[in-house]
Design a protein around this ligand. Structure first.
Ligand SMILES: Cc1cc2nc3c(=O)[nH]c(=O)nc-3n(C[C@H](O)[C@H](O)[C@H](O)COP(=O)(O)OP(=O)(O)OC[C@H]3O[C@@H](n4cnc5c(N)ncnc54)[C@H](O)[C@@H]3O)c2cc1C
Length: 524
């Protein structure tokens, strides 16, 4: 058994910034970060547009950013949280700069981008690879912190709660977290790491759908294992689809064409070259993502085409290459010349607004378990996230959660004696799977079902059928789980199945359309 003061699950902006903050305040605390792939692999690494924060107080104001966030969220946001995050924003942004993150400047001032739903230019960025730059700076800081250990390729299977401790009485109202069971992928061994405080910062769940902008790590693991530990999970019906992912004939991770490209003037057109956004919203291309994604979905249904086009032909070519070098290069690699052709784009699953319920300090409904970032339902995004508010959320909640963690560690009333009774992960009677075909088949079935029945536009009939299909897939996955030796692929399938259950169940409870949630049968 490995013991830590703090166990951090996930190495994106949320997990890393939280660990750094605790390390700065408690140099004697032992902090372990476990992460299931390479240490930099995360949604954070792929963030393009940037981080939204009010810095130009002559033109912009906190109130404008608050109003934009509430408007995008369709008023379902928690106003107290929105205010807190936006007002703390400049301070957290300065910390990113202090930790060595480079943001683009022009004439000695920050270069500020604009994205859909924002009424001012307020997106600080590093070219179109802001997330990669943030991840680099945070990892460099973590690697300089002697009391933080990063364990890459360590896959968390489940949290440890009273449920696992034989002498403990399992009371649903009072669940404590003691750490996690973790699969060391190199040595194929399941380890127990116990911790006084555990943080879940496992990001989103984009791979519950066939097409997503998320990297392969985004399988909703944290939300699923907190759900299995009986933590509270809400707002899973709100999944944001990004309007403009680069069309591909292959399913899986699609390359994102940042909203900042539309912010700089790109226009949407049908394959035949017709503009269409004016039919859907007066803000046209800069309407919030739910509106633009639904508009494209509708146009594709009308035309029967596979994609619509993003027209960058009239944009300043030099500026485009300077601001979006990564996007430009990707287009060139795919044989698309963005200055002479339309870029083929489709909506793809992008950002989960719901997740683990947390309070202002990032505390979940389970004692000594915190959660931060995309895996949470923090109240910031409401029914639809305003573009570029999520990196900010990770920083602000990472900060608050770190302060609360330090406060709890200083009180120091953790009794680890009874944790000796926590058993090893039990694999008795389990078989090693000799082929993965069942796992990949069930994963494909689940993704097909979610993409066809529980996507941008839902209906009562589709949701009812999805519920039935989900049940069948769940039974098949459970059977596999009950006799197989654990592997990340099997565990991810189990987690995605839990995620689909939560999305369908919480969609069925909706009585009106809000933000990213749209059921045709609820239109009044
Ligand atoms: C293509 C793209 C572009 C984006 N652009 C922007 C943008 O411009 N601005 C913005 O604000 N937001 C953007 N976002 C969203 C933003 O990047 C994410 O919401 C944010 O980075 C989430 O950070 P996080 O730390 O919560 O999670 P992540 O960065 O996703 O980190 C999750 C971590 O958890 C680990 N993990 C997951 N499961 C397990 C497990 N079982 N065991 C161990 N480790 C596990 C992962 O390996 C990873 O290290 C974008 C997202 C994508 C995909």
């Amino acid at each position: 058994m490995i013991k830590a003061d703090v166990l951090v699950i996930g190495s994106g902006i949320s997990g890393l910034s939280y660990a750094i903050k605790i390390s700065e305040r408690m140099p004697e605390a032992k902090i372990i970060i476990v992460t299931k792939a390479d240490e930099d692999e995360s949604n954070t690494k792929y963030a393009q547009g940037g981080l939204s924060v009010v810095t130009d107080f002559d033109k912009d104001s906190f109130q404008k950013h608050i109003d934009d966030t509430m408007r995008a969220g369709d008023g379902e946001n928690n106003l107290e949280v929105v205010k807190m995050v936006i007002e703390e924003g400049p301070e957290r942004f300065r910390e990113l700069v202090d930790w060595g993150t480079n943001f683009d400047q022009k004439d000695g001032h920050l270069s500020l981008g604009r994205e859909g739903g924002h009424t001012e230019n307020r997106i600080v960025h590093h070219k179109d690879i802001t997330g990669k730059e943030i991840e680099r700076a945070l990892l460099a800081t973590v690697n300089k912190s002697p009391n933080i250990e990063i364990m890459a390729h360590h896959y968390v299977i489940d949290l440890i709660t009273q449920h696992h401790v034989p002498e403990k009485i399992f009371d649903l109202e009072k669940i404590d977290c003691y750490g996690a069971y973790i699969l060391d992928e190199k040595y194929k061994k399941i380890k127990k790491i116990t911790a006084k405080i555990t943080l879940v910062a496992t990001g989103g769940a984009g791979h519950v759908y066939k097409n997503t902008t998320n990297p392969i790590i985004a399988t909703g693991d944290g939300i699923a294992f907190v759900h299995r530990a009986r933590g509270k999970i809400s707002n899973m019906q709100y999944y944001q689809f990004h309007p403009t992912a680069l069309f591909s004939k292959r399913d899986g991770m699609l390359f994102l064409i940042s909203e900042a490209v539309r912010g700089d003037g790109a226009k949407l057109r049908t394959k035949d070259g017709e503009k269409f956004m004016q039919k859907y919203d007066e803000r046209e291309e800069l309407a919030s993502r739910d509106i633009v994604a639904r508009a494209i979905d509708n146009e594709l249904k009308i035309s029967g085409d596979d994609y619509v086009g993003l027209d960058c032909r009239d944009m300043n070519h030099e500026k485009f290459i300077e601001h979006f070098p990564n996007i430009y290069q990707k287009c060139v690699d795919e044989g698309i010349d963005p200055f002479h052709q339309l870029i083929p784009v489709v909506p793809a699953c992008h950002y989960l607004m719901g997740g683990i319920d947390i309070d202002l300090d990032g505390q979940s409904s389970i004692k000594n378990l915190f959660a931060v970032g995309e895996c949470t339902n923090s109240g910031l995004h409401g029914a639809n996230r305003l573009a570029s508010n999520s990196l900010l959320e990770g920083m602000v909640f990472g900060h608050n959660a770190a302060l609360k963690t330090v406060e709890l560690l200083e009180i120091n009333d953790f009794n680890f004696d009874d944790l000796k009774a926590i058993p090893e992960w039990n694999e008795e009677g389990m078989k090693m799977m000799d082929e993965m075909v069942m796992v990949s088949y069930l994963r494909r079935q689940l993704q097909e079902m979610m993409s066809d029945l529980v996507s941008i536009v839902r209906t009562n009939d589709r949701l009812a059928l999805a519920k039935k299909k989900q049940h069948e897939i769940f039974d098949a996955v459970n059977e596999l789980y009950n006799y197989s030796i654990m592997s990340p692929k099997l565990s991810e399938l189990r987690n995605l199945t839990n995620i689909s259950y939560l999305i369908i169940k919480q969609s069925l409870k909706m009585t009106e359309n809000k933000g990213a949630f749209y059921n045709k049968d609820l239109v009044k």
